[in-house]
Design a protein around this ligand. Structure first.
Ligand SMILES: Cc1cc2nc3c(=O)[nH]c(=O)nc-3n(C[C@H](O)[C@H](O)[C@H](O)COP(=O)(O)O)c2cc1C
Length: 249
């Protein structure tokens, strides 16, 4: 499965079977989490079955099934970190998807006390990502949650501020925006808007800048980059803020 296929296949999985991950899968996720955060001030800790005693407790009205493995995304408490957590954490989510695992970004609807990983001074637990096997069919309640959140999907044109209309913009921009809409965002807000000018694309947060929107921005940057490349436009995001995508092709 390519990264683009993983973007197409991923959904927030809110139902998990009891089947635990085997050691090989745990090792693969841990090696990848280590690779993603090497040289950063982030820690993506993969907590495996029965490690640290308690299981991750997710809010029952949103999730069903017992989650025995999850990623705890930990780092300093600032917005640039939140954005980096989004970008790198979504790489982990897409990797899990490629491995046939269900996953879900969870920032709010879980019991923080059930997370066993201790925090160092200056660190916060930004999000958790349950990792496990989805049942063949998501139960009705979880499908309803998904459908009601997805009703809020924005139109591609709403994510593009021009200055030209989206239909006149290069095709890789439209492809990137489609992949951003398919991506996860907190309460499916899809807060990131793109502006094109001087052969550069800027990703902005025009509707207000609540903490989680920075995580959404990081996720959007990754999805955009993957889809732009699949559409033939190799490019890269400049370091730091604002978020500027520079095409190389
Ligand atoms: C940063 C972030 C935090 C999220 N927190 C939660 C959460 O606390 N509980 C939950 O059920 N879903 C959470 N989600 C999942 C979103 O609701 C979901 O991505 C969105 O509704 C789109 O649906 P989809 O991921 O199934 O495509 C979160 C997503 C992101 C990106």
């Amino acid at each position: 499965m390519t990264p683009m296929e993983a973007i197409e296949a991923r959904i927030s999985c809110r139902a998990y079977t009891d089947e635990p991950l085997n050691q090989g899968a745990l090792d693969e996720l841990r090696a990848y989490a280590e690779e993603l955060t090497r040289g950063t001030n982030l820690r993506f800790v993969i907590v495996g079955p029965a490690e640290g005693g308690a299981r991750l407790k997710l809010v029952k009205r949103m999730f069903t099934g017992k989650v025995s493995t999850y990623a705890a995304l930990i780092g300093p408490d600032d917005n640039l970190t939140r954005e980096r957590v989004g970008y790198l954490g979504e790489k982990l989510v897409l990797k899990a998807t490629q491995m046939g695992l269900g996953s879900c970004w969870v920032a709010g609807t879980f019991d923080r006390k059930s997370v066993s990983e201790p925090l160092a001074a200056g660190e916060v637990l930004h999000d958790v990502i349950p990792l496990g096997y989805a049942p063949a069919k998501q139960p009705f309640a979880q499908r309803t949650i998904h459908a009601s959140l997805r009703k809020r999907d924005r139109k591609p044109e709403a994510l593009f501020q021009g200055p030209i209309p989206l239909v006149e913009a290069p095709a890789w921009i439209a492809a990137g925006i489609d992949a951003v809409i398919k991506g996860p965002s907190a309460v499916n807000e899809q807060p990131v808007v793109f502006v094109w000018g001087d052969e550069r694309l800027t990703a902005t947060l025009p509707y207000g800048k609540r903490d989680l929107e920075y995580t959404d921005l990081g996720i959007a940057k990754l999805h955009f980059e993957i889809a732009a490349e699949a559409a033939g436009m190799d490019g890269a995001w400049e370091q730091g803020a604002p978020a500027i995508f520079v095409p190389r092709g």
